[in-house]
Design a protein around this ligand. Structure first.
Ligand SMILES: NC(=O)c1ccc[n+]([C@@H]2O[C@H](COP(=O)([O-])OP(=O)(O)OC[C@H]3O[C@@H](n4cnc5c(N)ncnc54)[C@H](O)[C@@H]3O)[C@@H](O)[C@H]2O)c1
Ligand SMILES: O=C(O)C(=O)C[C@]1(C(=O)O)C=C[C@@H](O)C=C1
Length: 291
């Protein structure tokens, strides 16, 4: 579908995209631009990219540039790519927060180079191409955040590519995106970290960890993720995440009140609401998409 695709940052997400693009023949050529030589060598060995190059070399004749670096450097990479982008090239990213990146990318790019913000709602707690998986995006929603400036042909081409990955493209405004992911992705992450830290701050840490079973494991898997990636996410989406923490505090207070007052109705009400909603999520699927 695409002739040449450049992936800047061939880590977990860039590498998984590369594997899927190469294995599913969605591009004739996939070139990786990577800051870490070992990671790039591995990406070539496992077939996540056909070759590696500098941005300047890679972008010659490229139809699509995918920014898959950490959020903190994506705009810098885009700025460095500017002199080498040709008219008609589509640029997208995979960052977990959209507002700042979409606004700055649109302001930076000249007419004729088409930016569409993107965010695959799929991931793992490991970093680097070593953890990349061809099927990572299968069955996942893949969010796109077009604006009134977005080129419709570029948007359609990206949607087709996403469908080729086995994912479901979904459009939403970047403000709505950042608000939603603050609640369903960023809040869970910091709660998982806080939960693990509650155990590790206890004088009986080792005993507690030895006793921990499925409940602790299931609610804390994501606490093993890369702290630097999450620092970028939490600080880039700071105000939305702070609002989400406030909303969470209200729910926690409700449960605490139910317990302090032996208020069985309050307690059961809160737990039942959660049970009803959680049970609408499909059990045996990788992701939560309900249709
Ligand atoms: N991990 C997840 O679960 C997940 C899910 C969806 C989206 N994202 C987003 O994807 C992006 C990448 O995350 P990841 O998990 O793949 O991280 P990662 O650390 O696995 O990969 C990032 C890669 O970028 C490379 N890199 C860093 N600076 C670079 C530069 N200047 N030029 C070229 N390469 C550079 C790193 O060497 C690394 O290989 C982040 O923006 C993150 O928010 C992550
Ligand atoms: O499954 C995981 O390991 C993730 O945390 C992936 C996850 C999420 O589901 O919240 C985390 C951040 C990304 O922006 C998208 C997806």
């Amino acid at each position: 579908m695409f002739n040449k695709i450049v992936i800047a940052g061939v880590g977990l997400i860039g590498g998984s995209l590369g594997l899927a693009l190469c294995k599913r023949n969605l591009a004739n050529e996939v070139v990786g631009v990577e800051a870490n030589k070992d990671n790039l060598d591995l990406a070539i060995r496992v077939g996540a990219v056909h070759s590696g190059a500098t941005l300047a070399e890679a972008l010659v004749g490229a139809e699509l540039l995918i920014l898959a670096t950490p959020i903190g450097v994506a705009l810098g990479v885009l700025e460095m790519a500017l002199p080498y982008l040709s008219k008609g090239t589509i640029v997208t990213d995979v960052g977990s927060v959209k507002g700042r990146l979409v606004e700055r990318a649109e302001a930076m790019l000249p007419a004729g180079i088409h930016f569409v913000g993107g965010h695959p709602m799929a991931g793992l707690e490991v970093a680097g191409v070593a953890g990349a998986r061809e099927d990572l995006f299968e069955g996942a929603s893949y969010l796109l955040t077009p604006t009134e400036r977005t080129d419709r042909v570029a948007l359609t081409r990206l949607k087709q590519l996403i469908e080729g990955l086995g994912a479901k493209p979904m459009e939403l405004a970047y403000q709505e995106h950042d608000q939603a992911v603050a609640i369903i992705s960023h809040l869970p992450h910091l709660l998982a970290a806080a939960l693990v830290n509650t155990v590790s701050a206890d004088t009986k840490e080792q005993l507690l960890l030895d006793l921990a079973a499925g409940g602790f494991r299931d609610t804390t898997r994501i606490a093993a993720s890369n702290p630097m990636m999450w620092r970028d996410i939490l600080l880039t989406n700071r105000s939305q995440v702070l609002e989400a923490i406030e909303k969470f505090r209200e729910q926690l207070n409700l449960i605490e009140q139910g317990m302090l007052r032996f208020d069985s109705e309050l307690l059961v009400g809160s737990l039942t609401r959660a049970q009803n909603v959680r049970s609408t999520l499909p059990e045996n699927r990788k992701y939560c998409l309900r249709k």
